[in-house]
Design a protein around this ligand. Structure first.
Ligand SMILES: *Cc1c(COP(=O)(O)O)cnc(C)c1O
Length: 352
């Protein structure tokens, strides 16, 4: 079975080999305070900076999930309040988790067919803006040029970006925001249980001045441990090793991005020419490159999912309120050309 689910998704073919190596080399029982583990973490961070073109002065931390990153940001990076700008279920969840910790949290919603309305956004007295770059639930994205505009307009604020289903798949200009995060079970092609948080020097100095220290995962504490290439708790050492090994074998982010866009164009072309299966998002300028939602009657949606499964392909369920009337196709780097071609042929041959 090949999973085109937009996370967890198909993992890299090299995973079994990397796991065997990890076992052979004693990684699975490695002490997380040992010299070897510190070297592993240091090496992984330097590969991340290199392969994802992360600015050299940004800091990288390991957490367990993107959900944990939502909470870390709410605890450690907000002075008075954050403003959440979103158009779908993941942005909404981030807002909901934050609101439980801080009743001053504000939201600004826009429609999934619209570009993020940079002109209309007001930060009020908020000090942190929260943006979901790639809204996995409805297959829309905030473009690089819009992020750049937001950076310019709110230069005195911190900007946090959820890039969970796009990081390592598309090129992101990380200097346009202060806090970025993603878990690895999407575009990294790795098993779940590890996430990255990437912070600008401005974010770190703000976090140090807030100096929140109430939690095991307070960012001040995580940052001070990372000075010694360590984490507050025993981290997912196997996950970090798999990340390190896969980064060693990874193409540059520009090459990966080019491949993703080529496939994206083919998918868009295919679904633009189907009779009953239609792209959920009609505004071409907001479509996500990595998650493609397709809409039809609920009867046809269940039929297509079932037929695809018989061929060995798992399509992603529609998310939330879009569950019955749509499915989602992941366009993640770990999917092989042959698998993508086969699934495309399945759709073309179906005549739907
Ligand atoms: C998948 C996803 C999450 C949740 O990731 P976890 O690792 O399960 O916490 C958060 N935000 C977005 C945009 C996602 O796609």
């Amino acid at each position: 079975m090949i999973s085109f689910y937009p996370g967890p998704s198909r993992v890299l073919d090299t995973i079994p080999q990397y796991v065997a190596e990890a076992h052979r080399e004693g990684i699975l029982s490695m002490n997380h305070r040992s010299e070897e583990c510190m070297l592993l973490i240091q090496r992984t961070i330097s590969l991340l900076k290199d392969k994802l073109e992360i600015p050299i002065d940004y800091s990288i931390y390991f957490t367990s999930s993107a959900t944990e990153c939502w909470e870390i940001i709410a605890q450690s990076a907000v002075e008075k309040s954050s403003v959440h700008i979103f158009n779908g279920a993941f942005g909404q969840k981030w807002f909901d988790y934050t609101r439980r910790l801080n009743s001053n949290t504000k939201s600004f919603e826009f429609h999934r067919e619209d570009s993020i309305p940079v002109e209309d956004i007001s930060a009020h007295d908020g000090d942190l803006l929260c943006i979901t770059q790639n809204e996995t639930s409805n297959g829309t994205q905030v473009s690089g040029s819009e992020l750049e505009k937001i950076r310019k307009k709110f230069n005195d604020k911190l900007i946090a970006v959820d890039a969970t289903s796009s990081m390592a798949g598309i090129f992101l200009n990380l200097s346009d925001a202060d806090i970025w995060f993603a878990s690895v079970q999407k575009c990294f092609g790795l098993p779940a249980g590890l996430a990255l948080m990437i912070c600008s020097p401005k974010a770190i100095s703000r976090i140090k001045s807030i100096n929140e220290r109430l939690h095991y995962n307070s960012l001040t504490y995580i940052d001070s441990m990372m000075q010694k290439w360590q984490t507050p708790f025993t981290p997912n050492v196997l996950g970090i090793y798999l990340l390190m090994r896969s980064l060693q074998d990874r193409d540059s982010i520009h090459d990966v991005y080019q491949k993703i866009v080529q496939r994206f164009d083919l998918w868009i072309d295919l679904f633009s020419n189907m009779r009953s299966l239609k792209l959920l998002i009609s505004n071409a300028s907001v479509r996500s490159n990595t998650v493609i939602p397709v809409a039809a009657s609920s009867g046809l949606i269940s039929k297509v999912k079932l037929e695809a499964r018989k061929m060995g392909y798992i399509l992603g369920e529609g998310y939330g309120e879009l569950k019955n009337e749509s499915f989602r196709v992941a366009n993640f780097p770990a999917l092989a050309d042959q698998e993508v071609n086969n699934l495309m042929n399945f759709f073309t041959d179906s005549g739907y």
